[in-house]
Each structure stands twice: as C-alpha cells, then as structure tokens.
Design a protein around this ligand. Structure first.
Ligand code: SF4
Length: 274
C-alpha cells in the first residue's frame, strides 16, 4: 500500500478523502490549500510501473519495499518537496522542444530483471566541432541551488543509468542535471570523469538491483542491519521510518539468533522521530 493519508500537527492520522473534504469546505486543512493537497495526493498515489525503476535503485531498498506494501501517513509538509518537483515537471511538459522525447518511459533487461526509467528529456544536438551528440537532462527542484560545479552524487548516478537504459554511447552523450529553485536555475553537466561506461553502470546495478529483486521474491524487505551504510542518510527523511524501526527490532532479535555475525547495527534512538 502507498501513502493513504496525512498526519496532523498533533500526529493524528487522517485519510486523504477526509482531509480533502475538510480543505474543500474550509479553504484549507492544516494550513494547506485544497489545490496543493489535491496535487500531492495525485502525485503520491499515481500508478507506478511494475518493473524496478531507476530511482528505486538509488533509494534504500527497504524503504522501496515498505512504501509499496504498508499503509502510511506523513505530514503534508513532508510531501512538499515532491509537490515542488511536480510543478517543475508540469512546466517542462508545457514547454518541451519539438525535437526530442520528454518523460517517456524506457525499459531494459539486466540479468533477467527489467529496469525502467523515464528521463526528463532526451535530444540530439549539433555541437559544431564536437559533432552531433545526445543530450540527456534531468530536472530537480531544490530549496537552494548547488554551490559547487558538480551535480549531487545520486543525480549523477541517475543520468548515467538513463544513458545506459537508452543504449546510448557514453562517448557521444552529454549528461546534465538542471537545478531549479526560487533563486534561479543552474545547469550542471557531468564531467568526463563522472560519466560511467556500460561496465560501470552494470557493476552498480549488480549491487543495487539484486537486493530489490531478492526482497520482491522473498516477500519481505532486506533486514535493517543489511541496508548499505551509504543509504542511511535517507532515514531522517524517510516516510516509513516508524514502520522500519518497529520491524527492525524483531529482525535484530531473530538475526542475532540465526546469523549473529551479520547483525552489526541496531536502531539508533536519535533517528526515531515518528
Ligand atoms: S528508516 Fe532508513 S533504513 Fe529504514 S526504510 Fe527508511 S531509509 Fe531505509
């Protein structure tokens, strides 16, 4: 199950329909206008492809599983970054160029697992002496523009995966991330050292895709203590953190009995917020 409603400021769980009815009648609910709440609900309940997506390979696999199988609630403000992204994508859809593809979904097989992704835009551009080149762009809404000349690491990974998904030649493809904030817009092109070969993409997929598929097959999420250290920064922003930590306590107990060497991590008290 996906998100099914919102939390009030006093942490009461309210189903979407109830909150939207109140917002429509009163003009707002929990300080949010009906239009914003309705846009958020459309976004968070939109149909998702059955295949494993590029963005899922960049996320904590346990979060991917729990978001797909558990009912959960978050505050409307916790959804707001997602809604901000929707605004940017609506602008993109309304103003696309005639010579490329925008937000089209592509799939590719990796070791028998289908992976799908939908780059924001793909075009072929005449770069003069550099010849015709493909340009893949992904757009990101942000509170503030990046201060440095490098796209964030997970955004670099995302556009590299899109390049691979489309079977494009890394030598003939430019990869860019466009950041949009209230301050302005910043285009960051990946440097040659940041562009992955097919072998590098596939090594990444071997590491990231297999746990996603394994937990689908097993019908349970990867154990909390098996989540990669590099994914734990997501915990503070995770919409299923409370569910994850509740289940983790039992997994740790069972893991200590069955495979004590692997249980190297317990649920951190400081990260508990819901
Ligand atoms: S709380 Fe952290 S480990 Fe648990 S599902 Fe969320 S991101 Fe993953």
């Amino acid at each position: 199950m996906p998100q099914v409603g919102w939390l009030t400021s006093s942490r009461t769980k309210v189903p979407f329909d109830e909150a939207l009815a109140a917002a429509e009648a009163d003009g707002e609910w929990e300080g949010m206008p009906f239009e914003v709440l309705s846009g958020i609900r459309k976004q968070v309940t939109a149909d998702r492809p059955d295949a494993i997506s590029v963005t899922q390979t960049l996320s904590c696999p346990r979060k991917v599983f729990l978001q797909g199988t558990e009912d959960y609630y978050v505050s409307p403000m916790d959804n707001f970054a997602t809604f901000r992204g929707t605004i940017v994508h609506t602008m993109l859809e309304d103003n696309k160029t005639d010579d490329g593809v925008t937000e089209e979904r592509f799939t590719r097989d990796h070791r028998g697992i289908i992976i799908s992704g939908s780059p924001d835009s793909v075009r072929s551009i005449d770069r003069g002496r550099r010849g015709d080149r493909f340009l893949i762009r992904d757009w990101k809404s942000a509170k503030a523009l990046p201060k440095y000349d490098n796209a964030y690491t997970n955004h670099q990974q995302q556009v590299n995966l899109y390049r691979w998904l489309l079977h494009l030649d890394p030598e003939r493809t430019d990869l860019e991330v466009v950041y949009v904030s209230m301050e302005g817009v910043r285009i960051l092109r990946l440097k040659p050292s940041q562009v992955w070969s097919d072998a590098e993409v596939e090594a990444f997929l071997d590491r990231r895709l297999m746990p996603l598929q394994a937990q689908r097959d097993a019908g349970r999420p990867v154990a909390y203590y098996s989540v990669e250290e590099g994914d734990l920064w997501q915990c503070d922003y995770c919409p299923v953190q409370a569910i994850c930590y509740r289940k983790a306590a039992l997994e740790i107990r069972d893991g200590l009995l069955a495979e004590p060497d692997k249980v190297q991590r317990v649920v951190p008290r400081a990260r508990k917020k819901k």
